[in-house]
Design a protein around this ligand. Structure first.
Ligand code: FES
Length: 123
């Protein structure tokens, strides 16, 4: 047996603090409506004055929602006719699919941040 003993003071044990990923400026999101989060399968969306973050893959059949359309508070999938409520991720009634996963967002000045999903899984 060898190796370093496990200590409750290890930094990893205390890593349940949210980690925030910088995405883009608010002005860019307002201009483009949907922006992909670099290095993550996530999107940020400008929705009626609010910033929403969600999975990029549609929970129905994994279409790229980055190619979708935002209308009246809903994100429409480019593959089928289903759409998602951007307040809670709920899919159009009658579709056999889980809701779209949403993520916490914060805006500091002009900078948009999304919470790193891995940090949330254990909470
Ligand atoms: S793949 Fe998105 S609604 Fe079917």
């Amino acid at each position: 047996m060898c190796g370093r003993p496990i200590s409750v003071d290890d930094e990893a044990v205390h890593s349940d603090e949210p980690a925030w990923i910088p995405v883009c400026d608010l002005s860019r999101l307002k201009a483009e409506t949907i922006v992909r989060v670099a290095g993550r399968d996530m999107l940020v969306i400008w929705n009626e004055g609010d910033v929403v973050a969600c999975d990029r893959a549609c929970p129905h059949e994994q279409a790229d929602l980055g190619l979708g359309q935002v209308t009246a508070g809903r994100l429409q999938c480019p593959r089928h006719a289903a759409s998602f409520d951007l307040r809670d991720g709920a899919i159009t009634a009658g579709w056999p699919s889980p809701p779209l996963r949403l993520y916490p967002v914060k805006v500091t000045g002009e900078q948009i941040w999304v919470e790193e999903p891995e940090r949330r899984s254990g909470r």
